[in-house]
Design a protein around this ligand. Structure first.
Ligand code: SF4
Length: 432
């Protein structure tokens, strides 16, 4: 009903909510999304593992699919917190668990995040340099959060999309690595490799289901199945075993950045540290500033903060982190009104970012969500930091796999595109 100031009521047309209106905020799941999500569940993984076991019994192991699991550092920290383990212990026990059920390789998406961070750094510097001749180059908005991408495509379409970084998220870069580097290395086609990721939110299932990450030729996705932290917990419960009791297994080295056998991390926020990494790189590359102060200024709330670089009394770099839809909406309105003074914004849909993802393990007993997230953050940050641009394995892969920096292959395998979706007002046929 629409009620006028004078109290007159007018009955409005019935509103229909379609899949196109969903912002994938993990708050609810529509039935169409449930179909997509069912294709991405532990049952699907179990089916593939069972088929492999049958082939083994028939002595036809060569027909087996190579099963790969890539674990995100946020999901790993959540599981470490749940089972009261250190982060390296959780990494090794998760490797032990997945290998015990028939998985061939277990990797860490911190490794693929090296590519996402390096590509974001380069994209930013290129766009910053072009900002005076190419309007619309700046601000650069991050692209690793599918909740935010979904919102931008569905509600702000063509206007906001050009500002979004084209760099693939660590999940999807790992998809490229597993299907188009590991596959050929093992003499397998991309549809003979089954790739599962372990992620902190349901939105990552929708990201993996995007048409942009589907290979028509081999009818396969770069990531075949996404399992969340809470789904790993239920897999463990179903097998009647606690992660704490699982035998640790050494980590696979091919796509992992290790220090003395333990996983490493990137400095900065729990969502990947995009803001800090791009800021330090840009400060050095554009202004010759090698030791920068990374003290954030908190603005309206803890989830909106900024970082600036001053040179000769003027602000030359102005970066921000915006978490949660309330802050994202404010930022988008500023961009639309041409009032955004930021050069770069790390945008994450979840308040507190990925460590508080919608499918991370929830608190138990007396513990509050805030305390649990603080514990997960401590575990996440407990590892030794490594710099993506100093990773020799990554440089080798640029040369050997991608044919160098900024090649056609680099763009195909590490970058993506976005699509404006019909606006809600059109779908509902409402005249505002
Ligand atoms: Fe997923 Fe939330 Fe991280 Fe976005 S911020 S990628 S929705 S966990």
């Amino acid at each position: 009903m629409q009620v006028s100031e004078g109290g007159m009521e007018i009955k409005l047309k019935k509103a229909k909510i379609t899949l196109n209106d969903c912002l994938a905020c993990s708050g609810c799941i529509t039935s169409a999304e449930s179909v997509l999500i069912t294709q991405q569940s532990q049952e699907e993984l179990n089916k593939v593992l069972k088929e492999n076991r049958v082939l083994k019994e028939m002595n036809e192991e060569e027909k087996q699919k190579i099963v790969v699991v890539s674990i995100s550092p946020q999901a790993r920290a959540s599981l470490a917190a749940k089972y009261k383990l250190t982060t390296p212990e959780a990494a090794k026990k998760l490797t032990g668990f997945f290998k015990s059920i028939g998985v061939h390789y277990v990797f860490d998406t911190t490794f693929s995040r090296n590519f996402s961070l390096i590509e974001s750094q380069r994209e930013f510097v290129r766009r910053y340099r072009a900002k005076d001749i190419q309007p619309g180059s700046i601000p650069l908005l991050t692209s690793a959060c599918p909740g935010w991408i979904c919102y931008a495509e569905k509600t702000h379409g063509d206007y906001i999309l050009p500002y979004i970084s084209t760099v693939k998220s660590p999940q999807q870069v790992m998809g490229s690595l597993v299907k188009y580097h590991l596959g050929p290395l093992l003499g397998k086609l991309s549809n003979q490799v089954y790739h599962v990721t372990i992620m902190p939110c349901y939105d990552k299932k929708l990201e993996a289901s995007r048409q942009d990450f589907y290979n028509d030729l081999y009818s396969t996705r770069d990531v075949d199945c996404v399992i969340t932290s809470i789904e790993v917990e239920s897999m463990l419960e179903a097998s009647g075993i606690s992660l704490a009791d699982i035998e640790p297994v050494e980590l696979d080295t091919l796509y992992s950045s290790l220090d003395d056998g333990n996983p490493t991390n990137h400095f900065g926020s729990g969502s990947g540290g995009y803001c800090e990494h791009v800021f330090t790189y840009a400060a050095a590359e554009l202004f010759g500033e090698y030791s920068t102060d990374l003290t954030f200024k908190t603005l309206r709330n803890q989830d909106f903060k900024e970082l600036t670089l001053e040179k000769d009394g003027a602000i030359v770099l102005k970066f921000a982190v915006a978490n949660g839809f309330r802050n994202i909406q404010n930022l988008v309105q500023k961009i639309k009104r041409n009032k955004c003074s930021y050069h770069f914004v790390e945008i994450m849909a979840c308040p507190s970012g990925c460590l508080n993802g919608g499918a991370q393990i929830r608190p138990e007993g007396e513990e509050s969500l805030k305390d649990l997230v603080a514990r997960v953050e401590k575990l996440y940050k407990s590892l030794k930091n490594s710099k993506p641009e100093e990773n020799t394995k990554i440089h080798e892969l640029y040369e050997e796999w991608l044919g160098g920096i900024d090649t056609e292959k680099t763009h195909k395998l590490l970058h993506t595109q976005y699509h404006a979706v019909e606006k809600m007002s059109n779908a509902l046929n409402i005249k505002w």
